[in-house]
Design a protein around this ligand. Structure first.
Ligand code: BG6
Length: 507
């Protein structure tokens, strides 16, 4: 995490340039960086996808997708000069002569040299052929040709790989092998936009830049931890994808984003903030995640699927009625799971994870519940005591709240829970930057801290695979089992109730 390391000139080649993610997230994030002056002066983007567009048509498409993002006309105009387009099918080796030539032209025109970020922003079935074609076309020199001329700053080529990264441990390992056949691990950036969220990064600061939190951040003081990522949206236009082999809340959210959040929350202090040291600690947590046995699954995981419902005055159709979704679908649009991290620090502390679509509120929260005091002094009030809590609002209303007991003013000794709050926007008078902007900036600077190592991904799949296997073999008859606009199926409440606990629903 080297904030001193400025970005060097480079070209970003985005495969999947006409796709939704590129228009919704990547180009806006690059525009944001550009407007803040955080992109290198010599920088260009070459979008590649199959549809035929001229540069100007592509720029127009990007602009039309979200005109409010590019409302500053001058900024847009000068940014758009850096935006180019190439029509080609990256799964076909023949297309690469043209792609390569276009890369050289754009690099020449903008003076970006041989530094290139290849960004795979496409459907996962296209990852492998595209990676292999990049390799076969000799588009990865990784500075080898230049090392003896300038050892300090050889040119580099990096690759950013989006999720879904595989659909089970074997396919993830295979994709890792394919990447390794073309790129060194130091040049592979497996992106998870949750790691770019300010409050997730702030977890490390909270824990390791303060004295007051770390001593109580363990099994001696914590009763359990909850991590929730709830969304109000259903699957909308992504029905066919979401109902496919890489969809479902377990794969789409828990295996990827939530386990990453858990790892940052649970890791030991790294020896330095270098990417390697930070990732080494995270990997240890992934390796310590207890892999459940097949037979344990019904006891520790709950799946849900939304039926028709109401969110405010908006009616939401049932998941099974969504276009592209099998009317008998067994896909989980909601998942809750109890997990353990078998380390000295976390032995016996349950981590409850849940994520769902079409729920009451959009929120990502980490809640740490502390153990009760011995209640020697306030014994008679013990039943009214609420557990001390640290609530980390990852989004929205980014901030941290600490809940503890206080004395009610006046005569007598009455106790009630009170809160202390750090509100990100109020404190910094600014909105947190988008996670993608943070991550793209880091990638251009060559900082892998907030990107996933291959071991993290493979361990994350192993931790959830028994649940996926069990669910596949045992269809659930009561789906859909929660109405859109609610907090999920009753079975998820029972999962905690059987442990004498309850979910903290974001207010
Ligand atoms: C994506 C998932 O990775 O994250 C989506 O594929 C989900 O299904 C999205 O909606 C949520 O991201 P955020 O940043 O809005 O919480």
């Amino acid at each position: 995490m080297d904030s001193q390391n400025p970005p060097r000139q480079c070209l970003m080649v985005i495969f999947g340039a006409s796709g939704d993610l590129t228009k919704r997230k990547l180009i806006p994030a690059l525009f944001d960086l550009y407007a803040r002056g955080q992109l290198p002066e010599k920088f260009a983007i070459l979008g590649v996808s199959r549809t035929a567009f001229t540069d100007n048509e592509y720029r127009q498409k990007v602009h039309e997708f979200s005109p409010q993002t590019y409302a500053d006309k001058e900024q847009w105009k000068s940014f758009a000069d850096h935006l180019h387009y190439h029509a080609g099918d990256s799964t076909k080796l023949e297309a690469f002569a043209g792609i390569k030539q276009h890369i050289s032209q754009v690099a020449e025109a903008h003076g970006t040299g041989e530094n290139v970020v290849y960004y795979l922003s496409m459907a996962p079935q296209f990852f492998e052929p595209t990676i292999l074609n990049i390799g076969a076309s000799e588009m990865v020199t990784e500075g080898r040709r230049y090392c003896s001329i300038n050892r300090e700053k050889p040119p580099w080529q990096r690759i950013v790989v989006e999720k879904p990264f595989g659909s089970d441990p074997a396919s993830a390992a295979h994709l890792n092998d394919v990447l390794a056949s073309v790129f060194d691990e130091e040049e592979i950036y497996r992106i998870d936009h949750y790691l770019g969220k300010e409050l997730v990064q702030n977890l490390m600061v909270l824990r390791f830049a303060n004295t007051i939190f770390e001593p109580i951040w363990n099994r001696s003081y914590l009763d359990h931890v909850q991590i929730t990522a709830s969304e109000t949206v259903g699957v909308e236009s992504r029905g066919a994808y979401y109902d496919g082999p890489t969809g479902g809340a377990m794969r789409d959210m828990v295996q990827s984003h939530l386990l990453q959040v858990l790892a940052v929350m649970a890791m030991e202090p790294p020896v330095s903030l270098d990417a390697e040291d930070v990732r080494t600690e995270k990997i240890k947590i992934f390796k310590a995640m207890r892999v459940p046995s097949y037979d344990e699954v019904p006891e520790l995981a709950v799946r849900g699927q939304y039926g028709a419902g109401q969110l405010g005055d908006q009616a939401i159709e049932s998941y099974r009625e969504t276009q592209g979704v099998n009317p008998q679908s067994q896909t989980d649009t909601y998942t809750a799971m109890r997990m353990f991290v078998d380390t000295w620090r976390w032995g016996g502390v349950p981590f409850y994870l849940r994520s769902g679509k079409a729920m009451t509120k959009k929120s990502t929260q980490i809640v740490l519940y502390f153990k009760p005091t011995p209640h020697v002094l306030f014994r008679q009030l013990a039943h009214q005591h609420k557990a001390n809590q640290i609530v980390i609002n990852v989004q929205p209303d980014e901030g941290i709240r600490i809940r503890f007991e206080g004395k009610v003013p006046g005569h007598g000794m009455h106790v009630k829970d009170v809160e202390m709050e750090f509100d990100y926007e109020q404190q910094w008078n600014a909105k947190p930057p988008d996670g993608y902007a943070t991550l793209l900036y880091d990638c251009i600077r060559g900082d892998q801290t907030l990107f996933k190592h291959r071991d993290e991904i493979e361990c994350a799949w192993k931790a959830v695979q028994p649940v996926l296997d069990y669910w596949k073999a045992n269809p659930q008859e009561d789906l859909p089992n929660y109405a859109a606009g609610t907090w999920g199926p009753e079975a998820a409440d029972s999962l905690l109730a059987q442990d004498n606990r309850y979910w903290h629903n974001p207010e």
